[in-house]
Design a protein around this ligand. Structure first.
Ligand SMILES: Nc1nc2c(ncn2[C@@H]2O[C@H](COP(=O)(O)OP(=O)(O)OP(=O)(O)O)[C@@H](O)[C@H]2O)c(=O)[nH]1
Ligand SMILES: [Mg+2]
Ligand SMILES: [Zn+2]
Length: 329
């Protein structure tokens, strides 16, 4: 039975591009990259899962944007006279591109494409790196990717008020979900964000429970067998080593990611994005006497006034200033 690509997120808007490209590349057919290997790409097409390669010239291409990534829609064709050999000929224009700046390599890496939602996962028993979170949020904002923050391992919570403490610290206008893959707390709430045919990328540090969440969600009746790519660490823990797209409950698609150790930002002007992230500060800052007000000791500062009047939490301003400080370095 042919695979219905709509289940894998194929959109009607791709049909026009498909038609155009098929005129140039008549023997090709569409598919979606579900995992990336060293020299080959696992692609789901109407004919099922197949392994495809890219032309050697492209492989040498330094431009990372020219190589397929997990989540990409591609056109492939069967190489003549060889059984089961396919070549990727075309990458559909991407939307929802999840990127990462690599500090040491000084480049941009595309982690996944055609992503509709990003889950940023933290574990409640580990200290939460708020500056990492802010950097991630700014990047997602710049790339126009909506996100949900997941605080996993609530079963390890020592005090009842930990959840409240976190809620108070996260001042951004982003949904928060508290989950435990052990007690299943919050899983229903999390599922609400999983929409049919939408692709959800799960990011966060190693060991926070990304794969456990993905596994839990993929155990539904209509889901395919999970094929997460895991490797045993020295501590005997399974750590994810490559990205993979899987079909989960509710008909959405999940990309489970290896743990992210660092998250840098592009060297661009972040001001606008920080202001967007800290929209509460911005809503008062527009009334400051000086346009370049730092909301420290300037006269006529509307932000300070809002704090005095109890309209704005000083913690939000402090977080805002810390973030600005960090990004200036
Ligand atoms: N107590 C508790 N442990 C959990 C929970 N979720 C996951 N774990 C455990 O945490 C460990 C790491 O979980 P993984 O799902 O592999 O974490 P990951 O984020 O995928 O890790 P990487 O693949 O290395 O990035 C495993 O031993 C899980 O059993 C939870 O809700 N509560
Ligand atoms: Mg994992
Ligand atoms: Zn001010």
């Amino acid at each position: 039975m042919p695979v219905n690509l709509k289940k894998y997120g194929w959109r009607d808007s791709f049909e026009r591009i498909l038609k155009e490209q098929k005129e140039k590349l008549p023997n090709t057919f569409p598919g979606r990259v579900i995992s990336v290997h060293r020299t080959s790409y696992e692609v789901i097409s109407e004919k099922g899962i197949m392994f495809a390669e890219i032309d050697g010239n492209r492989l040498k291409d330094k431009d990372v944007f020219s190589k397929p990534v997990v989540g990409d829609w591609v056109l492939i064709f069967a190489i003549e006279n060889s059984k089961d050999k396919y070549l990727i000929e075309y990458i559909f224009p991407r939307y929802g591109v999840l990127k990462r700046e690599r500090v040491r390599e000084r480049d941009t890496q595309i982690i996944a494409s055609n992503v509709d939602l990003v889950l940023i996962v933290f574990a409640i028993d580990q200290s939460i790196n708020f500056s990492l979170l802010d950097r991630m949020l700014i990047q997602l904002l710049q790339d126009n990717l909506p996100c949900v923050l997941v605080f996993n391992k609530t079963d390890l919570m020592e005090h009842k008020n930990e959840e409240q403490n976190i809620r108070e610290k996260i001042t951004h206008n982003i949904p928060l979900v508290f989950t435990s893959t052990k007690t299943k707390e919050g899983i229903q709430a999390l599922k609400k964000f999983f929409k049919e045919q939408e692709t959800i990328a799960i990011i966060g540090a190693s060991g926070v429970g990304k794969s456990s969440l993905a596994n839990l969600l993929s155990l539904g009746e209509n889901s395919q067998k999970v094929g997460l790519v895991n490797m045993l660490t020295k501590e005997g823990r399974h750590t994810t080593t490559s990205r993979r797209l899987i079909l989960v409950q509710n008909g959405s698609l999940v990309i489970d990611m290896p743990g992210i150790r660092s998250f840098a930002l592009r060297k661009e002007d972040y001001k606008e994005d920080i202001d967007k992230l800290f929209f509460q500060v911005e809503s008062f800052a527009q009334y400051c006497k000086f346009r370049n007000c730092h909301h420290k000791n300037e006269s006529g500062c509307a932000v300070k006034k809002a704090i005095e009047e109890g309209k704005l939490d000083i913690k939000i301003l402090e977080q805002y200033q810390r973030t600005k400080e960090k990004l200036r370095k």
